[in-house]
Design a protein around this ligand. Structure first.
Ligand SMILES: Nc1ncnc2c1ncn2[C@@H]1O[C@H](COP(=O)(O)OP(=O)(O)OP(=O)(O)O)[C@@H](O)[C@H]1O
Ligand SMILES: [Mg+2]
Length: 351
């Protein structure tokens, strides 16, 4: 267990930092901060403007009075491949020795350009003599870019994780998972939606879809002929300082419905793919998080599209928040955006 370690979520719309403590009675929040990033800082999950990210991290660490230098951060998007594969049964040590060579056939990148990680899901799969393994491959240059901004901001990236796993980690710490339940987690951020399926208490499937809150804003902008800022403001429920007659809220709402509908169809397709390729039972429940989960329209449309009960995930459900230290209202408000950071902050308590 690391002595101290903060969670650092470098999202495309904002950076989040978190510092947690474990007491006899459970987890407690020590620090949480969020700093917005200018548009185009991160595009397609790659860093376009490292300086802006370094600046945001520095500001957060300073304003939160965080002294810890070690952090856990995560990456996502096209440069990260996660696959469930079936391999002949072997020990963890044997697997770690052979995986770099084994992995080659499963990933679309040159094996020398990626870092490979494996996790045994099921030591004895249904197939005789085989076992199920989760293979994770992430492009080295992506990892390099993200750890470099952390280091320029004065932090040391002790752990590099994947957004989808961090969401799963946050969920597991906050919700009891009955062993026979299959649960889907959907984190709808600004540019990416991470989908995770947990079955038999392990991560059985993940997929990133490149649709998120930005698509809602861009469609409002396009269809109503507004600036990006005006469109974003309207999406968040403001009036964008526009003449009350010039934009009808109903117009905004119908664009939101349209995008929610196509995103929900994509999510449904991913879940159907999972179900078609896995023997585990049907998905019992879907938990939604990420800033875009604040759109109540998305939640209701998604629920009807996937025909699974949809609930909002609270990443602070099991984390004590002292009202003398924190503005509880503010924490409630940003909670949907904190899932990845919470999952990263919890890494400190693992061995
Ligand atoms: N009240 C709200 N209503 C609708 N959308 C919201 C609301 N609050 C935040 N959002 C949207 O949530 C998104 C930010 O969410 P989040 O912080 O989870 O994303 P991110 O981690 O920065 O991005 P990503 O992980 O996709 O790179 C933005 O698109 C923002 O417009
Ligand atoms: Mg995010």
């Amino acid at each position: 267990m690391a002595k101290t370690l903060i969670g650092l979520d470098i999202g495309s719309s904002s950076v989040k930092v978190i510092n947690l403590r474990k007491t006899k009675r459970g987890y407690e929040l020590l620090n949480f901060g969020i700093a917005p990033l200018p548009p185009q800082t991160i595009v397609d999950s790659s860093l376009m403007n490292s300086g802006a990210v370094v600046e945001a991290i520095r500001r957060l660490v300073q304003s939160q009075g965080i002294k810890t230098k070690e952090c856990a951060l995560s990456v996502s998007g096209h440069s990260v491949i996660i696959k469930k594969i079936s391999l002949p049964q072997m020990t963890k040590a044997e697997l770690e020795n052979s995986i770099q060579w084994e992995a080659e056939q499963y990933i679309p990148f040159d094996i020398n350009d990626v870092n490979v990680d494996v996790q045994i899901l099921n030591p004895t799969s249904t197939e005789q003599g085989q076992m199920d393994v989760l293979l994770v491959a992430a492009k080295k240059d992506l990892i390099y870019d993200f750890t470099a901004v952390a280091s320029e901001a004065g932090l040391k990236s002790t752990i590099v994780d994947v957004d989808a796993f961090s969401v799963a980690n946050a969920f597991e710490a906050n919700y009891p998972i009955p062993p026979d339940q299959t649960i889907a987690l959907v984190n709808v951020g600004a540019s990416v939606t991470n989908i995770v399926v947990i079955a038999n208490r392990v991560t059985a499937f993940t997929r990133d879809i490149t649709i998120g809150g930005n698509q809602f804003t861009e469609e409002i902008q396009k269809q109503l002929g507004l600036s990006y800022e005006e469109a974003e403001d309207l999406k968040l429920g403001g009036d964008a300082g526009l003449d009350a007659d010039s934009v009808i809220p109903q117009e905004v709402e119908s664009v939101i419905q349209e995008v929610a509908d196509s995103l929900s169809s994509e999510i449904r397709r991913s879940l159907e793919f999972y179900q078609a390729t896995n023997q585990e039972g049907d998905i019992d429940k879907l938990y939604l998080c990420g800033g875009t989960s604040k759109l109540s329209t998305l939640r209701s449309i998604l629920e009807s599209r996937v025909s699974i009960p949809v609930e909002l995930m609270d990443p602070f459900r099991n984390i004590k928040i002292n009202p003398k230290i924190f503005d509880v209202e503010f924490i409630r408000n940003v909670a949907p955006m904190a899932a990845v950071a919470v999952g990263l902050g919890l890494r400190r308590f693992e061995d």
